[in-house]
Design a protein around this ligand. Structure first.
Ligand code: NDP
Length: 296
């Protein structure tokens, strides 16, 4: 078997095409969706992510404000930026790029973002709604991108066994909640670093979502023939054959493609979907703000 490609680029293209229409409607009504991105420090990968977010905004006609601060910035300065962006009426989304320098409390800063502008979906109010099974709010972008890709590939989740590798606040745990939510209806197992035998648990799964940050950890022997495998991992691995000396690898070994029915590539899988869902959250935030303004 050779797996079909869970093509994040193609799926993101469809999301963008749909957003273009919604953005046009907003503009006709005098609203320009507007996203602010705060980045602190000089982590090269984070700057690449932020630049592609800003570029996607430009392509779609979403206004963006890019605030780049040096590593030694005090947390209070970031706090002030967030509070001032919260108060800005013509701004709909605020994103603080992770990771922040070690001297900052990332969760405390996320908590400060107005939940209606929390386009990353990490504010406790938005994550709390998800725990309650309310999937109509601001959903975290990577997990909701995974769900959109599965829908795009018409993967039937109802009653299926899903295994999520990883339980982080930003990927693993919300992905598990979305897979188990009403409407998706998968039966979900969450695997983490203390799980005894991850391989045999994975072997039972119809759907595997890998979000551990360990290059090529999931190999073909972990996978049931015909399973759907979503590789969230983005890892830099040394590669002397490349001029730059490294390449990106997922958490899933490419040999899984010989057994799986569907496999998402890295790059070109979940990455583009994460950005597409960020754009969607921003447009949604602008639509909700407009509706609130129009209420008598
Ligand atoms: P975290 O480091 O926050 O979480 C990793 C999770 O994997 C933890 O729950 C950890 O368990 C678990 N884990 C680690 N080692 C093992 C192991 N050997 N067996 C089982 N579970 C293990 O990472 P993130 O969730 O932030 O990211 C995961 C990956 O996804 C990374 O490669 C990241 O770069 C990538 N990513 C990709 C995005 C995209 O757009 N494509 C967006 C965000 C992240 P424990 O909780 O016990 O420590």
């Amino acid at each position: 078997m050779s797996a079909q490609r869970l093509d994040g680029k193609a799926c993101a293209g469809e999301v963008e095409a749909e957003l273009a229409g919604r953005i046009a409607v907003l503009r006709e009504r005098g609203v320009e969706p507007h996203l602010a991105v705060i980045i602190v420090g000089d982590d090269p990968a984070s700057h690449v992510y932020v630049n592609s977010k800003v570029k996607t905004c430009a392509r779609l006609g979403i206004r963006s404000t890019h605030i780049s601060l040096p590593t030694n910035t005090e947390e209070a300065v970031v706090r002030e930026h967030i509070l001032s962006l919260n108060a800005q009426d013509d701004l709909h989304g605020i994103l603080v790029q992770s990771p922040l320098p070690k001297h900052m409390d990332e969760e405390a800063l996320t908590d400060l973002i107005n939940p209606s502008k929390d386009v990353d979906g990490f504010h406790p109010q938005n994550l709390g709604r998800l725990v309650q099974g309310r999937t109509d709010g601001m959903l975290p972008c990577t997990p909701s991108g995974v769900m959109r890709m599965l829908r795009w590939a018409r993967v039937d989740l109802e009653g299926k066994r899903a295994v999520v590798l990883g339980r982080s606040r930003i990927v693993g745990m919300p992905a598990a909640l979305l897979l188990a939510a009403k409407g998706a209806d998968a039966t979900v197992t969450v695997v983490h670093s203390r799980t005894g035998d991850a391989e045999s648990i994975c072997q039972e799964a119809d759907i595997v979502v890998a979000a551990v940050g360990r290059p090529n950890m999931v190999t073909a022997s972990w996978i049931k023939p015909g399973a759907v495998v979503v590789d969230v991992g983005i890892n830099r691995v040394e590669d002397d054959s490349r001029e730059r000396g490294w390449r990106l690898a997922g958490d899933v070994d490419p040999n899984v493609g010989e057994k799986a029915a569907w496999l998402s590539p890295v790059p070109g899988g979940v990455g583009p979907m994460t950005i597409a869902m960020l754009m969607e959250n921003t447009v949604r935030a602008a639509e909700i703000a407009l509706t609130a303004d129009e209420k008598p």
